[in-house]
Design a protein around this ligand. Sequence first.
Ligand code: AMP
Length: 136
Amino acid sequence: MFTVGELLRRPPVSLPETATIRQVAVELTKNRVGLAVLTAADRKPVAVVSERDVLRAVSQNLDLDGPALSIANKPITVLDTDPVVLAADKMRRHNIRHVVVVNRGGDLVGVLSVRDICFERAILLELATADVPTAP
Ligand code: AMP
C-alpha cells in the first residue's frame, strides 16, 4: 500500500499567515501549483489558499493587498504515513484537489494534489481495488 509520504515530490509552497492575497498569487504562479499553505511562526499549517480562492477574490473585486487569511480555509490534512487511498477519499468527500500533509507532530510536510495521484498507474490500480479506510 502506498503512503502519502511516498508520493510527495517537492516541498510545499508556504507563506507566513500574514501574507497578502497578491503574495499568494505570485507564489502560486511562480511555483506552478494550485495550493499555498499559510503557516504560523512555528511552521504549523494555519490555513490554505487555492487558486480558486484567488480567482474568487479577483471576481469579487477584493483588495489583493488585503490579508490572504480573509479568503483562506482551515486545512484538511492527512498524515505522511496515511495510505494514499485515504487522501483520495478525503479529496472526494470534501470536493478538494489538494490535501495538506503533516507529520505526527503537526508540522507541515507537503501538499498532495489530485494530479500526484492521477498520473501513477500503480496507485490508480490500488484505488480501484482497495477498501477505503474510514477517515474522520
Ligand atoms: P482546490 O479544488 O483544491 O483548488 O480547492 C477548492 C476549494 O477548497 C478552495 O476554496 C480551497 O481553499 C479549498 N481547499 C483545497 N484544499 C484544501 C485543504 N487541504 N484544506 C482545506 N481547504 C482546501
